[in-house]
Structures are given as C-alpha cells and as structure tokens.
Design a protein around this ligand. Structure first.
Ligand code: UGA
Length: 433
C-alpha cells in the first residue's frame, strides 16, 4: 500500500514508521521544513524509545521518506492519513480543527483515483462529516472514502502500543474502505489484534470516551489516595485489592500528582465541551477535570507542609519535570503547577530531568541541574515528580549528605517508607495513612 501521513508529530511519525515497518511505502509530510530536513538527516525531533532505529531501518529499506510537499505523494497514494495537531482552542477549550480542515482541503486538491482519507488526529464527533464535505466542495470529482481511525498509543511506549494494540478501531460508512483498512493493518490483523469496525461518529467518540475514562480512573484513585491518608489506609494495597477484580482492572490505578500530557487534559475538556453543545453534559468528566486541575497545585502545598509549612528562602529539589517518564514532553506536566506553587510561596527551585530539560527551559524559570544530586545540594526537601528509572535507585546516603535537611516527598510512590527512613529521611508519599 502507498500511504501518506499528513503531519509528522508524535502520532504521525510513530504511525508512519510502524506502517513502513509493516512493509508499506510511506511518505511522512509536514509543513515544518526544518523538521523534515532533520528527519531526512536521521534526526528525530522527539524523544521516543526505539523510534530512531525504526526510522533509520525503514529509511534504509526505502520504505519511509519525508516531504514538505503534499501534492505529489497524495496523487499516488492509496491511503492518506491526517495526523495533524488538534490543540485546545484558546478561550473555549474546544478542539481546534483548523489544521485538520486545512489538510483536508489540500489533500482534496491533489487526489487522483479512489483514495481512502483517514483521520487519525483526535477529533470531535462529526469531524469526519466535515472532512468529507470539505473534500467534496474543494474537488467535486474526488473519489474518496473518509474514515476515522483513532490512535491509542502512549508516549514513551508508542511503538509497542502501535504494534501490539488492544484493538484497532475503524469508523466508516463507505464499504470500499473496509478491505483497504484491513490491508493497512494486515500484520496486526494476522496477529489477532481485534479490528473493530463501527460507524464514523462512533469511532470518533470511542477515542474521547477511552481517554476520558482513563483520566477519570486516575482521578478516582487519586481521591481515594487522599482518603487513605486521612483514614490510615494504603492506596497501593487498595489499588491491588480493587484492580484484581477483572471488572475494574489493575491498570491506570497508580495514584500520583494528577494526570498531564498532550492528551488527557485537552481531550477531557474537548469532550466536555462537545457534550455541553449537545445538551448532554458529561458531569463525571467535568468533575474529573476540576479535581485534576486543583490537585497539581495542591501537590505544591503538600511539599510545603513537608518542610513545616514555610518554604520561603528554602531550596526545593525537583526530580522529574516531564508529565511521565520516557518522553521529553512537558505539556500540562504536573511539574509546571507544582513548581509555580513553590515559587509563589518563596521557594528556590532546582530541577533535573533526564530528557525534558530543553523543553522545560521554555516553560519555567528554575535552576536546572545536571543530576538529581546537584539539584539536591543544600535543598531542604527533594520532590520526586516523575518516575524516571534514573530516580528509582537513588544513592540515599549521598543524597542525605548533600541536602540541608533530609526530606523526600515521593509523589509517585516509588520508594518504601521503611527503606527511606532507614537512611534517616523524613518520607512523604501519596495515599499512605
Ligand atoms: C494517553 C493514553 O493512555 C493513550 O491511550 C492515548 O493514545 C494518548 O493519551 C493519546 O490520546 O494520544 P499518554 O498521554 O501518552 O497516553 O500517557 P499516559 O500513559 O496515558 O499518561 C497520562 C498521564 O496520566 C501521565 O501524567 C501519567 O503520569 C498519568 N497516570 C497514568 C497516572 O497518574 N496514573 C496512572 O495509573 C496512569
């Protein structure tokens, strides 16, 4: 199959490289000339484990190329994926569909022969109808089937998620697209990954419902964690105890500082807005959003409480700045709100992150250290915000010898209290009464 991926961001690049690895001929297109130039030179613009090797081997095999120009590749394509960004629209939180609509118009102008146009970007219900309308209006002769095929990959585990998905969702109304999409996903289909065909609108909603449910699940356990602290229970045991119930499931029950990233915050908000517009509010999700927003800053207060209630003039070391490990993505990271709350209270903040430092520099003004130990020098408290492997086996004696006071706030429950306390630390975690 000849595939064009319009948009070479996280989803576009990972999907494009994986499709090439399946044996398809893929052109990844992006308007950002510097990005395409870098990709042609083997430089990957994001940190994602395994992606550089995957891109390199498929470029070498001649299956994966990069282009700033859309017309040529689209005219020869069997399938064109739209994988451009759908950021939150400033002011109202709706998904901004400007890039999707522009891509649809551009694709329409270049289409030749029957082509399946697939929306992979996360888009509100009804976007497929609008994409189809734009294509028909721009080029009435275009022979297209417009399909929805949301992506469920996680940053940091993107390739594994793409190649071993729990399911592939394809929303279509034109039956001609069914064999084409089955062929696109043939290797996964042969591996027996469930391929779920639905209507286009249903498929669009599945993506939002999945992300909203996961965000709600995390928020649920975060509130239970707070309750655990009050009543003398242990949230990790509660997670295990409820997660073993197959109806609940063990995943996404890790209590922490609140969810962040480029998806959950934006997608929960967009779903709430769509639902309000249709006079069918999703109040559980509205509440999830509110709880998660206030939780991030509350984590700053938790740190302040750990140093006796006053952090003015004291140094705080922050371990981990990205919204999760194995990514350099800082978007909506809990670290942003936590650092701000600490600075507002007069703290001097020093931070370290294995991969996120460059992006963090654009988002916060703190002292950037070259290691967790350097960050901790003379600090009155160290806060573990992101559970990078590099922070899982810290030399606690060394850390203690460097710090002004041995206090560790572990917002990811990476450590066990008795281990840390044995090294002379005051230890604070999440959801342990
Ligand atoms: C999320 C979904 O998990 C993917 O399925 C989806 O494809 C993606 O959004 C998207 O829409 O593109 P991602 O944002 O990369 O993926 O990362 P997650 O692993 O889901 O983590 C999101 C946030 O939740 C992080 O801040 C993480 O620390 C937090 N989290 C996750 C918890 O606090 N507890 C958990 O148990 C799990």
């Amino acid at each position: 199959m000849r595939i064009v991926m319009v948009g070479s961001g996280y989803v576009g690049l990972v999907s494009g490289a994986c499709f090439a690895d399946f044996g398809h001929e893929v052109v990844c297109v992006d308007k950002a000339a510097d990005k395409i130039e870098a990709l042609r030179n083997g430089v990957i613009p994001i940190f994602e484990p395994g992606l550089d090797q995957l891109v390199e081997s498929n470029v070498k095999a001649g299956r994966l190329t990069f282009s700033t120009e859309l017309a040529g590749p689209v005219s020869e394509a069997d399938v064109v994926f739209i994988a451009v960004g759908t950021p939150s629209r400033r002011g109202d939180g709706h998904a901004d569909l400007g890039y999707v609509h522009a891509a649809a118009a551009e694709i329409a102008a270049s289409i030749k022969g029957f082509t399946v146009v697939v929306t992979k970007s996360t888009v509100p219900v009804g976007t497929g109808d609008e994409v189809e309308r734009i294509i028909r209006e721009t080029n009435p002769d275009a022979d297209v089937a417009v399909v929805s095929n949301p992506e469920f990959l996680r940053e940091g585990a993107a390739i594994e998620d793409f190649k071993r998905p729990d399911r592939i969702v394809v929303g279509l109304s034109d039956e001609r697209a069914r064999p084409v999409m089955t062929e696109v996903y043939r290797p996964l289909y042969l591996n027996q990954s469930p391929l779920l065909f639905t209507s286009r609108r249903t498929s669009e909603l599945i993506k939002y419902a999945a992300n909203a449910f996961l965000a709600m699940k995390i928020t649920f356990i975060n509130e239970v964690a707070d309750l655990c602290e009050k009543v003398g229970a242990d949230v990790q045991d509660v997670s295990r105890g409820i997660g073993l119930d197959g109806r609940i499931g063990a995943k996404f029950l890790h209590a922490g500082p609140g969810y962040g990233g480029s998806c959950f915050p934006k997608d929960t908000l967009a779903l709430a807005k769509t639902a309000q517009d249709h006079d069918s509010p999703v109040r559980l999700i509205e509440t999830t959003i509110a709880i998660n927003d206030s939780r991030k800053r509350a984590m700053g207060r938790k740190v302040i409480a750990a140093v006796g209630g006053d952090v003015r003039g004291k140094k705080v070391a922050v371990f981990g700045l990205t919204f999760k490990p194995n990514t350099d993505d800082m978007r909506d990271s809990p670290a942003i709100a936590i650092v701000q709350a600490l600075k507002d209270a007069g703290a001097i903040v020093s931070g370290y992150d294995p991969e996120g430092m460059n992006n963090a520099r654009q988002m916060m003004e703190i002292d950037f250290a070259t290691s967790p130990y350097e960050a901790a020098r003379d600090a009155h408290v160290a806060v573990l915000v992101t559970e990078w492997n590099a922070f899982r086996a810290l030399d606690l004696d060394r850390l203690k010898s460097l710090m002004a006071a041995p206090v560790l706030v572990d917002l990811r429950n990476v450590y066990r209290a008795h281990e840390v306390e044995a090294h002379g630390f005051a230890y604070h975690s999440i959801g342990k009464g």
